[in-house]
Design a protein around this ligand. Sequence first.
Ligand code: X8Z
Ligand code: ZN
Length: 633
Amino acid sequence: MISNISRRALGAFGAVSLIALTAACGVQPAEPQPAPDPAPEANAESAAEFAEKVEATYRDAFEEASRIQWVNATYINFDTDWLAAKNTAELTKMAVDFANDAARFDNVALSPDVRRKLDFMKLGITLPAPTRAGAADELAQLTTRLGSAYSTGAINVDPATFRTQIAEIRGPSGDLEDGAIRQNETELLMRQMRDPAKLAEVWTKWNDYAAAMKGDYVRMVEIANEGAKELGYADVGALWRSGYDMSPDEFETETDRLWGQVKPLYDQLHCYVRAELNEKYGDEVVPLDKPIRADLLGNMWAQEWGAISDIVSVGDSAAPIDLDKILVEKGYDPVKMVATGENFFTSLGFDPLPDTFWERSQITKPRDREVVCHASAWDLDSADDLRIKMCTTVGAEDFTTIHHELGHNFYQRAYKGQPILFQNGANDGFHEAIGDMIALSITPEYLKQIGLIDTVPPASEDLSLLMRQALDKIAFLPFGLIVDKYRWKIFSGEITPEHYNDGWWSLRTQYQGIRPPADRPKDGFDAGSKYHVPGGVPYTRYFLARILQFQFYKAACDQIGWTGPLHRCSFYGSKEVGDKFNAMMEMGASKPWPDALEAFTGARQMDGSAIIAYFKPLMDYLEEENAGRQCGW
Ligand code: X8Z
Ligand code: ZN
């Protein structure tokens, strides 16, 4: 399920990030080919020819790779791992050879388009292998094994103690005596349970499980760093930070600038939530002067806290609309949830998804086989074979995730007319922001329009709605930032393997203000408990997306002439927004991302002021409530 060239499956692969390649020519040679003799014919014309040749090769290679990766991700076993690793190795070798070959043109004056294509030949390789014999194969085996170890992971609990909780996630017909809790079930338990001892147990066991992946991860870092250096980058982190039309250093500064803009929101939310948790659990479990226990926040990684909105009440504001309950009551099943998401996009003027989307997607978890449950969206043939892969459960969280995934699919279809090297997001944060921006339009007014609720709650309930959103959107910000701050330090050698756990917890504490329920083993690998780490998927994209989605949303609301409070705006049904959005989306990665941003929003900078405006009423409230409290940790 891991491909070291990532592009086809958003959120699915790690190791290859731009493209997936095997060739029209079938099986690739085991040894890298020496780059063709450089200098003589290196001119603008031969560069353009070279780019065309690479693209022609990639067109077939990506399709084959995508189909292999799809089968692996939806049926993990020895053979599909074997096939996926083999294909990833071939693809990585091909990509690295092309990238090295492209270096012939480093000092040749080229048109911006061709230069951009040659740059993408390098930047698309998320985890590059060095050219020495055997390296690509070893790297591909490591990344495939890491990905599958994560997705097939499980913990053991005493079925008698956890009987009620197991019944809740497996339903009355589920097996209540099987104490082996699968990876995706651990997520569901963390969302639902409220008993601190049980939360600590599941949390600790899953984080302990990740330690088994540490050896492979350390080796993967060594090899990929070697590959990144061969391509001319300081390390893999520098390669990842180079994909934003600015230097790696400038990009780091840019992310810190954005964090500085939104940090005051997080500080207020943290302070308020800690006080609410303290009321529920008492001083012993939630002391008011310490970071918050990570297992109490309704999510295995404490990345989004929406699941504990029942604990975090807001003054007299009634509880927010309970979408979990409504979806069940209205008889929604996973397919109907996806169709509802699709309907939003078609209301903007996008074409419906093809029949094959419905025939080939994995919308729910298959019963008797191992799959990658972490949600992803796929474009298997650069044309119409679009799919999502989820283990959907009926509820608000997956309803949002469905919009997120469909955003990837509609983006992929919008840019399919671009040359293959430009078939990508303007930057990866754009790709992650499209569907989320749509989901921000799921307002009470919209829910009424589609018949999910009968009456729109009065404005007096807005604060609880905003709180529900803040628990997901604002809580996520520091997490979105640190997953890669952590890996940047690992790739640069600043955090060595002996310090994998210290390094992780020092960032978690510093930025998120959270702590583990008990001391963690020094030799553990708690970051490995998060899909994208063993999966090799860069993560800063999600931080950028949290900022960008509000920027897009505000632009859309401006376009429909919305003058009310930002959080109540829904642009459902607006063809005008759809047209403009499509104009940005169809550009793909053909131009530097500020051009794409400008096409839709008029601005050329990523900017946190829209998210700040959206949450303004809530922030005013929180500042008042927190006034007498000692915030911080
Ligand atoms: O991984 C995802 C998507 C697939 S691209 C489901 N997300 C991040 C996560 O789950 O950690 C979406 C939000 C953040
Ligand atoms: Zn995504």
